[in-house]
Design a protein around this ligand. Structure first.
Ligand code: AMP
Length: 175
């Protein structure tokens, strides 16, 4: 049997020029269709946190939900959705961050990290790192402590890690 990394690489589809010209979109939907592989992936991501006392897993809308929720379940941790503006019904804390063109905002419930010890942030792709860095700032402002950020894949040529400072970052695949 091939290594997990190779099987995952084979299950991620490159879609050129989506959603706009020049972007090669990493489509995870073939991976999600393979129940056993999907399970193995989220178990492997949960393993990164085994020694880290993670009580809360944050999933970044929306593909971070797909991976984050099973990771939280595997760890016996709570799951916290980090959402686009206006989606969460309670009192929220929000963080605006720069995109290539314009800005975007993420929100989280202000009380989501009550009683937390360690927080793990999960998303599918670490690209420029802007989203994940904003997610880290937002968790801190909401009173949580990020102990690691886990991604299915990292687009190394965009050097998202440099925006993550000295935070721990784990990825299954690197492009
Ligand atoms: P960034 O803030 O640049 O690190 O972008 C990260 C966010 O954009 C993640 O939520 C990803 O899901 C998404 N993303 C960025 N680049 C890609 C790509 N090439 N393929 C799929 N998703 C991407």
């Amino acid at each position: 049997m091939q290594r997990l990394e190779e099987r995952v690489r084979a299950a991620v589809r490159d879609v050129p020029d989506f959603p706009k010209p020049g972007i090669v979109f990493k489509d995870i939907t073939p991976l999600l269709l393979d129940a056993a592989l999907f399970h193995e992936v989220t178990d492997a991501m949960a393993d990164w946190a085994r020694a880290a006392d993670v009580t809360h897993v944050v999933g970044i809308e929306s593909r971070g939900f797909i991976f984050g929720a099973p990771v939280a379940q595997a760890l016996g941790a709570g799951f916290v959705p980090m959402r686009k503006p206006g989606k969460l019904p309670g009192v929220t804390v929000s963080e605006r961050y720069a995109l290539e063109y314009g800005t975007d905002t993420l929100e989280v419930h202000a009380d989501a990290f009550t009683g937390s010890r360690g927080v793990m942030i999960v998303d599918d792709v670490l690209a420029t790192g802007g989203t994940a860095a904003a997610a880290c700032r937002l968790v801190a402002r909401a009173g949580g402590t990020v102990v690691l950020c886990g991604f299915l894949m990292e687009l190394g040529f965009l050097d998202g890690r440099s925006l993550m400072g000295d935070r721990r970052v784990d990825c299954l695949l690197r492009y």
